[in-house]
Design a protein around this ligand. Structure first.
Ligand SMILES: [Fe+2]
Length: 184
């Protein structure tokens, strides 16, 4: 069973655990807000804005914060979200770690711009894609949105706080939610 079954449960999860840090200088909620705002500033679709907001929800679904183990948070997050939203939300979430591995392969300068935590996790996540893996990635649904999300992710770790709060995104989450989850 999905660990989150409504928009209210997502809001409650961030209220309860969004204050966690994860090796970056910002809390999970702050990171989520900064990523969503980056997506909006780039003119991303509403689905990609919500994917950006919720892309690390998988980190909040697990208790331990052991950064020496890859927790596959992108898979846990996507599984939680796919019952609530269209794949245009859950697919980029599922692929945002692969997008990092893809960009390390396809953009020579990308790796040097990553935060230290992102570089550490890259090794645990399997490192840069090889050529065949990169081409296979380009055949997946919503892979371009996953790459865009990855860039918002990398930019969403700034010290200054976002001028939004998590509940500001409730109306958009409700609007995009698959019918049974919308009103709950
Ligand atoms: Fe992130």
């Amino acid at each position: 069973m999905s660990p989150v079954s409504s928009i209210d449960e997502i809001v409650a999860l961030y209220a309860l655990r969004g204050g966690r840090t994860y090796g970056e200088g910002v809390t999970q909620t702050e990171h989520a807000l900064q990523c969503a705002m980056q997506a909006e500033a780039a003119g991303a679709s509403p689905h990609l804005v919500i994917a950006s907001l919720l892309h690390d929800i998988g980190h909040l679904l697990v208790d331990p914060d052991d950064l020496t183990v890859d927790d596959r948070h992108e898979q846990a997050g996507a599984r939680a979200l796919e019952t609530l939203f269209h794949p245009a939300v859950s697919d980029p979430v599922a692929l945002h770690v692969s997008a990092k591995r893809y960009l390390c392969r396809t953009e020579p300068t990308y790796l040097s711009g990553l935060s230290r935590a992102s570089r550490t996790s890259l090794a645990l996540q399997g490192g840069a894609f090889d050529e065949a893996e990169a081409r296979a990635f380009e055949r997946l649904p919503h892979w371009r949105d996953a790459v865009s999300l990855r860039r918002f992710d990398d930019m969403g770790k700034r010290d200054e706080s976002a001028n939004r709060v998590f509940v500001d995104y409730i109306p958009l989450m409700r609007e995009l939610a698959i019918a049974p989850a919308r009103g709950a």
